[in-house]
Design a protein around this ligand. Structure first.
Ligand code: ZN
Length: 201
């Protein structure tokens, strides 16, 4: 199966999406468009796009430009902040499950919790068994609504090599099924790091 973008879909703030396309799909499609800008330039990381929305209005958007650079989520949040928007309770759309462990940058899951977003809508689940579904438990544990699998096939198709590496090439295979060790998760909490970053802004 291949994904084809719905025609006539509107992306600018305040536009009404086609009746055949849900709000979630509309915004996820925008996130996919953003991710595509970096396709082929993020290795070994996946190409990821994100948008922050409130009440049908785009607050900020971003994508992961290259390995070592900020991930899509902090870029989208930073843009929203730079425009003077309050992020508390807003919805984040992201093409791939937010990272939940330290890489070259702090985990985006912590940033989302720190900013007190109200809802996270994810396209594809991170296929890495070490991460798969982990962010969902952390976010839900923080009282944030999590919706998974919006335009999942298209989101998986953004990074075929990344998903194939873990044998998860279909949305079904990318579904979150894992067991969590809550003690380890809380021990690794790094919210303080984001407080420090916030001071620098
Ligand atoms: Zn991240």
């Amino acid at each position: 199966m291949s994904y084809r973008a719905p025609s006539g879909i509107a992306h600018s703030a305040g536009d009404t999406p086609s009746i055949a396309v849900s709000q979630h799909e509309t915004w996820m499609f925008r996130a996919i468009e953003l991710a595509r800008r970096a396709q082929g330039r993020t290795d070994p990381n996946p190409a990821v796009g994100a948008v922050v929305v409130r009440s049908g209005r785009l607050l900020g958007e971003g994508f992961h430009e290259r390995a070592g650079a900020p991930h899509a989520e902090p870029n989208a949040i930073a843009q929203a902040r730079s425009r003077g928007h309050v992020l508390v309770g807003a919805t984040l759309y992201v093409t791939l499950e937010p990272c939940s462990s330290w890489g070259r940058t702090p985990p985006c899951t912590d940033l989302i919790i720190h900013e007190r977003l109200g809802r996270v809508v994810v396209g594809a689940t991170d296929p890495n068994p070490r991460h798969r579904g982990r962010a969902y438990a952390l976010l839900r544990g923080a009282g944030i609504e999590v919706i998974v699998g919006v335009l999942a096939e298209a989101c998986v198709a953004l990074n075929p090599v990344f998903h194939a590496r873990f044998g998860a090439t279909s949305p079904a295979a990318a579904s979150p099924v894992t067991v969590f060790d809550d003690e380890k998760l809380s021990a690794r909490s790094t919210l303080g790091q984001y407080d420090a970053l916030a001071q620098l802004r």
